[in-house]
Design a protein around this ligand. Structure first.
Ligand code: ME8
Length: 532
């Protein structure tokens, strides 16, 4: 089904464009998994979706890293980009566009955009003095730095003093417009805590910021003054726009913003909130373009309660995590266990316990034992029952009927943990219902109709759970669907829309009697940790 994207029916979203100064870490994986879950959910609703991710490859940090490694910067970037792409494949992340800021097409967009801002009188030459944190690629106020002039976000780096001629962007001009925006569109910055942070920062008064560097050439030259290199953040934010271009389309700003602009959502971590919630909308206003709908700044991950950092030696390699535990397990833990928007923790024991309890035991075993009974008692064919006649005591149906609305509103509010919890509540209820109704005893007593009712109710609830969990654990959901006799593949949304639309499959009661069930086999292997 091809639906032409219009502002009302489509959904476009981004992850940050990650720096390539190091291999992808668990933080970038976290944001990208969440973005993928959102994209998948919006697709399930039948909307055309454009999901942009990519890499931020210019600037001093990357230049220095390449130099330290004795590498040509572009070659070095290419290598790290391949690692990002490889990880997204492993994690089953299905982005639509990968925007690289070193792409030629990106330079064309940057030029067009710069020109608009220039023509609007928002760029001027001035003198920049201040402390620059290469880790953040940002000038810092002295009061933001620790006593030893180290930046709190990069305590191992001393901020460098700079006194140079730079081009500036007239951010101060947008003070009132931005305040009005935050006021009139309270959802523009979410969650609320992040919004408050921005409001109080903006209230202190916005200062123009420099958008060029001298003595640094790893970046695009400023269009009207090649002695200057464009500031990495000005360049990087525009990478989102470049990501909108169709691959075969001529790279012009006009083409880029034709269908998918403005973005519905910029998903970021709280560390880069100011850039997205203050600088970026001001740049967009200056270029005369409509503003994105929302910037969502999620929390930060810790490991065993400690900040994750290379110097502490407690980093988590997401690729290794997938190798050990599977993509679905990793996706599930981070989406279910951490309230999106708040800081959250990774702990291996908790990871294993949650994934085993929810996916292997509660969901996987439930399907397995119910399917076995369906083969034994019903010849492997989904029995026919009168759904309408199921009474209020049929707890799975009572919970299942309103579930899709609850889950939809949770996904739409990016409350993944709430979506997963509501789905798992249905699954747990089914386990209890199965034990209470004991179809094996009913069968012995010759109560075939009751057996069929119980098995239908449970299988249908498992189906619904799999459907609604598919944005988070697509492979597991596909396997469950296959065992229930469908050919659905949750990675093929065109087919899902045709054969398992949200209107039909998002509701309890979609399983049809007479459907041939497949042989059960475990859909999720329990994780057994080796005892060290
Ligand atoms: O900032 N917990 O790139 P970046 C959760 N290039 N998320 C984390 C995290 C943690 N401990 N650490 C990092 C940049 N992240 C710029 C962006 S956009 C035009 C330019 C995630 O590679 C989180 O999403 O440093 C954060 O915002 C992002 O990684 C920063 O990625």
């Amino acid at each position: 089904m091809t639906v032409t994207p219009t502002e009302d029916n489509r959904f476009s979203l981004t992850t940050p464009l990650y720096y390539v100064n190091a291999l992808p870490h668990i933080g970038s994986a976290y944001t990208t998994i969440a973005a993928d879950a959102i994209a998948r959910f919006q697709r399930l609703l039948g909307k055309p979706v454009l999901f942009v991710t990519g890499t931020d490859e210019h600037g001093q940090k990357i230049q220095q890293t390449a130099r330290e490694k004795g590498r040509d910067p572009q070659e070095y970037c290419d290598e790290v980009v391949a690692a990002f792409d490889g990880l997204w494949k492993k994690l089953n992340v299905r982005y639509d566009r990968f925007s690289r800021t070193t792409a030629d097409r990106h330079e064309a967009i940057v030029r067009d955009f710069f020109q608009r801002v220039w023509d609007n009188g928002d760029i001027y030459l001035g003198q920049q003095q201040g402390y620059y944190c290469v880790g953040c690629e940002e000038f810092k106020d002295e009061r933001e730095l620790l006593e030893n002039r180290h930046c709190p976000l990069h305590p191992n780096l001393e901020a460098e003093w700079r006194d140079e001629e730079n081009y500036f962007f007239r951010l101060s001009k947008y003070q009132q417009t931005l305040e009005d925006l935050y006021e009139s569109q309270p959802d523009f910055i979410q969650p609320e805590t992040r919004r408050n942070e921005v409001l109080s920062f903006v209230k202190q008064g916005l200062k123009d910021f420099s958008i060029s560097r001298v003595d640094m050439d790893w970046g695009f030259p400023v269009p009207n003054d090649p002695n200057h290199t464009l500031y990495v953040w000005f360049d990087a934010l525009l990478g989102y726009v470049t990501g909108l271009l169709d691959p075969e389309e001529e790279a012009t700003l006009e083409n880029a913003v034709k269908y998918w602009w403005p973005f519905n959502l910029h998903l970021i971590g709280k560390d880069i909130l100011r850039f997205h919630a203050i600088y970026w909308p001001a740049m967009i206003l200056s270029a005369g373009l409509p503003l994105p709908k929302q910037v969502f700044g999620h929390g930060f991950l810790t490991k065993d309660g400690h900040k994750i950092s290379k110097s502490l030696g407690n980093t988590i390699d997401p690729s290794e995590l997938v190798d050990r535990f599977s993509a679905d397990a990793v996706r599930y833990y981070f989406m279910k266990e951490i309230e999106f928007g708040r800081d959250g923790d990774y702990n291996e024991t908790r990871f294993v316990n949650i994934v085993n309890a929810d996916l292997a035991n509660d969901l996987g075993n439930l399907l397995n034992r119910t399917l076995k009974m369906a083969h034994k008692y019903c010849g492997g064919v989904l029995p026919e029952i009168a759904i309408d006649r199921l009474g209020e005591d049929c707890t799975p149906k009572e919970l299942g009927l309103p579930l899709s609305e609850t889950v939809k509103s949770a996904y739409e509010a990016l409350e993944f943990h709430r979506a997963c919890e509501a789905i798992l509540t249905l699954v747990r209820t089914c386990n209890k219902y199965l034990d209470d109704r004991a179809p094996w005893t009913l069968y012995k007593h010759g109560e075939q109709a009751a057996v069929e009712e119980v098995l239908y109710v449970v299988l249908e609830s498992v189906r619904l759970a799999a459907y609604l969990l598919s944005p988070v654990v697509p492979q597991l959901s596909t396997q469950i669907y296959r065992q229930l006799g469908f050919e659905t593949d949750f990675d093929r949304w065109d087919r899902v829309l045709k054969t398992a639309s949200f209107e039909v499959h998002g509701r309890w009661g979609a399983l049809r009697s007479g459907q041939i069930l497949n042989q059960p086999s475990p859909v999720f292997q329990r994780i057994e940790l080796e005892v060290k």
